[in-house]
Design a protein around this ligand. Structure first.
Ligand SMILES: [Zn+2]
Length: 397
């Protein structure tokens, strides 16, 4: 499946944001030379760190002035001409007046058009309003690239995808049907666009409904694949481990400075709601990961409250909690960021966070997630947290 599927399902996404071209892979020589390491990120001096710290929030874009209507030549000023010429010019004048009138009418209708009438949709189909229908106040913000972020690579992982749909909810009177794989892809694509505009280099483990390990190879070399699982559940688990190992290798190969795996939570308890971030303990970069996990929580908490959204702040949690009290799905999802685990070939080589951005099994949370303003608020909070993380890192260095 390709982007066609993706844009059909999520018309509000529009065309994908322009991501920077992937770095060239080494040519297939018999003995390939080692790929050139990306030069170390330049350290930021104290004065430029201060400038970074005052990184301004993007200003709201002003509404562009409406184009002036074309002037209509008054017929009184027509010079004396032959009767044929006068008739032709008269018709031209009438035509111009007609065009001007229609243009004005179109502009008036565009400005005062109310929300488009809701179209009934078949049960189970994803319904997300178009941006222009909801009048999202955050839409179209201009973001100024920060030179301090130049050369910083962020690996974004839209969790799940392909046959793995993650958590699902049925549509009901409160909120539409949702599946985690679709929403992680949509949120990740928008976050990638935002971060790119801020000056970061963004790479994504998937875009649209694609996966890294589409051929179900034994990426983690544990002898277990989707093909040789003894049950459907085991086959799915084998495929998941290989897919996540492939995504880890992808972020490592891209020499990313940060890995963020985007999920949504789900629960059999309908009242459970809110957002959680996860970081791995026992790694050399655990302090950095924990800091980012906390910054994301702080920004989500502040921005969602400021937007009038009511949900639950479940905090930044260490992987040790997932191992003892979390669900199997949460435990599995941390594979991307932990130091080691059974079946892992290589661990990720950069600080990382798993972010559960609200809980799709909760009706109120699902409403927020499916709304244009909710999505913009959450993506903006994520982008602000990542910006603050690198600003702090630069100030410390
Ligand atoms: Zn998930």
């Amino acid at each position: 499946m390709t982007d066609e599927w993706f844009e059909d399902e999520l018309p509000w996404l529009g065309p994908p944001p322009p991501l920077p071209p992937r770095r060239e892979q080494p040519q297939s020589n018999p003995v390939p030379p080692a790929p050139p390491r990306r030069p170390a990120r330049p350290r930021v001096s104290a004065s430029s760190a201060a400038a970074v710290a005052s990184y301004p929030l993007p200003p709201r874009r002003q509404r562009a002035p409406q184009p002036a209507l074309p002037p209509v030549p008054p017929s009184a000023q027509l010079p004396q001409r032959g009767i044929g010429e006068i008739v032709a010019l008269k018709w031209l004048g009438v035509l111009l007046v007609l065009v001007a009138g229609l243009t004005a009418l179109a502009l008036v209708l565009r400005d005062f058009r109310g929300p488009a009438p809701a179209t009934p949709t078949p049960a189970g189909q994803l319904v997300i309003p178009l941006a222009e229908e909801t009048g999202n106040p955050l839409a179209g913000q201009q973001v100024v690239a920060n030179p301090a972020f130049d050369g910083v690579v962020i690996c974004l992982d839209a969790a799940h995808g392909g046959v793995d749909r993650g958590y699902k909810r049925m549509g009901d009177a409160i909120a539409p049907a949702m599946d985690e794989a679709l929403y992680t892809a949509a949120y990740t694509r928008e976050l990638a666009g935002q971060l790119t505009a801020m000056g970061f280099t963004v790479v994504t483990t998937r875009d649209g409904d694609t996966v890294q390990n589409a051929q179900f190879q034994d990426v983690n070399r544990d002898g277990k694949t989707r093909e040789n699982g003894s049950s459907d559940a085991e086959a799915a688990q084998n495929a998941l481990m290989d897919e996540m190992q492939a995504r880890i290798e992808f972020c490592n190969d891209e020499n990313a400075d940060l890995l963020i795996s985007i999920h949504f939570d789900g629960s059999s308890q309908a009242e459970e709601s809110g957002f959680t971030t996860w970081y791995a303990t026992g790694r050399g970069d655990s302090a950095e990961s924990q800091r980012l996990a906390e910054l994301i929580i702080d920004e989500l908490d502040a921005d969602l409250a400021a937007g009038g959204f009511v949900t639950t702040n479940n905090g930044a949690k260490p992987d040790t909690v997932a191992a003892t009290h979390g669900s199997q799905m949460v435990y599995d999802s941390l594979f991307m960021i932990v130091g080691s685990r059974a079946g892992m070939k290589d661990s990720s080589r950069m600080p990382g966070v798993v972010a559960d951005l609200l809980t799709i099994s909760n009706g109120t949370d699902a409403q927020i997630l499916a709304s244009e303003t909710g999505r913009s608020t959450i993506v903006q909070a994520m982008a602000e947290a990542i910006g603050r993380y690198f600003t702090e890192t630069a100030a410390l260095g």
